[in-house]
Design a protein around this ligand. Structure first.
Ligand SMILES: NC(=O)c1ccc[n+]([C@@H]2O[C@H](COP(=O)([O-])OP(=O)(O)OC[C@H]3O[C@@H](n4cnc5c(N)ncnc54)[C@H](OP(=O)(O)O)[C@@H]3O)[C@@H](O)[C@H]2O)c1
Length: 303
């Protein structure tokens, strides 16, 4: 049987790990991806924080791509300070628009598949039914406009990109609404929370899993996709669920957006229709209550 040996060797697939570059690695989504790396041994990850790679520096982007030649790039880097963006338009565009363009161009040059994250804030919030990927966009603030420009530039220079719009992101990492509630609820007797904005929370760990599923399956369909957890809610209902889960005793009162003015306007309705990503990539979407319970279990209802 010795003569069979070379044939077997020739048919053995060459197992080479995929190289995946993650930018903005210290944000909520970046850290959730880091937390999943041990369960994806077929992937060699390179996680780069802002200090390691500033995506607004095109030379630095080119340098990293020429050294790493990644198979995939997941862009988790963004200027996300929605209110501050109103006074820092240039910075928001430098990162969310130009930075995205630099990555999209490098991906095109190095044959790297580009996964970019965008936002529900590209919509004006006047809708009343879930937004599909083709719904008209019309951002109402600088942050949303800069992210929209990032989407446009990414598609202009790289028609192979996958762009995932998401909404109301929470995580056990970074700063977000859930962690703010966990800080305030034990310290206050009462809290007012806005009850007239409707959207779907997104657990960044679920988004990270969805992204890695897209990569691991190897099937690639470019375009814009929506991802959030299922079931729409309001910030007040979200806060009430956190309070109930952690058995806090403070009172939570519903207020209107008018009673809580912010420098940047928020879309009143930003529910994303997620059917396309499920149909295209076979991604199962959990409801936000289940994902919130997972996140709170990690945080042990204390920050
Ligand atoms: N958070 C939400 O509710 C939400 C909703 C919809 C869509 N999104 C989108 O989802 C994606 C991930 O959001 P996230 O919540 O994970 O954001 P995040 O926690 O704010 O993290 C963003 C990361 O980007 C880094 N960064 C900023 N400027 C950079 C630059 N010039 N070069 C490289 N890195 C830079 C930040 O670095 P530092 O740590 O140094 O600041 C931070 O680590 C973003 O595209 C965001 O627009 C978020």
């Amino acid at each position: 049987m010795q003569y069979c040996q070379p044939l077997v060797t020739a048919l053995t697939p060459l197992l080479i790990n995929m190289r995946v570059l993650v930018t903005g690695a210290n944000g909520q989504l970046g850290q959730e991806l880091q937390a999943l790396q041990n369960s994806h041994t077929n992937i060699d990850f390179t996680f780069l924080s802002r200090t390691e790679l500033d995506i607004s520096d095109s030379d630095a982007v080119q340098k990293y791509f020429s050294e790493l030649v990644p198979d995939y790039c997941i862009n988790c880097a963004a200027y996300t300070a929605v209110d501050k963006a109103e006074g820092e338009e240039a910075a928001a565009y430098r990162i969310n628009a130009a930075g995205t363009q630099h990555l999209a161009l490098a991906c095109k040059s190095f044959n790297t598949r580009f996964i970019h994250i965008s936002t529900d804030y590209v919509f004006d919030g006047n809708g009343t039914t879930p937004y599909v990927e083709e719904s008209p966009i019309s951002p109402i603030g600088i942050y949303g406009a800069s992210k929209r420009e990032g989407e446009r530039l990414a598609q202009e220079v790289n028609d192979d990109a996958v762009i995932i719009r998401t909404s109301w992101v929470f995580s056990s990492f970074g700063s977000n609404f859930v962690k703010t509630m966990l800080r305030l609820m034990p310290a206050k007797e009462s809290l007012n929370v806005v009850n007239d904005q409707r959207g779907c929370p997104t657990y960044a760990a679920d988004l990270a899993s969805a992204i890695l599923q897209i990569i691991s399956e190897g099937k690639w369909t470019p375009g814009i996709f929506h991802f959030s957890n299922a079931k729409e809610t309001t910030w007040f209902e979200f806060a009430t669920a956190i309070k109930a889960h952690c058995q806090f005793t403070c009172t939570v009162d519903p207020i209107t957006t008018d009673q809580y003015p912010t420098p940047a306007k928020r879309p009143a309705y930003s529910v994303l229709d997620t059917k396309k990503i499920s149909a295209t990539y076979g991604i199962t979407i959990r409801d936000w209550q289940t994902s919130l319970a997972d996140c709170l279990a990690k945080l042990k209802c204390a920050v």
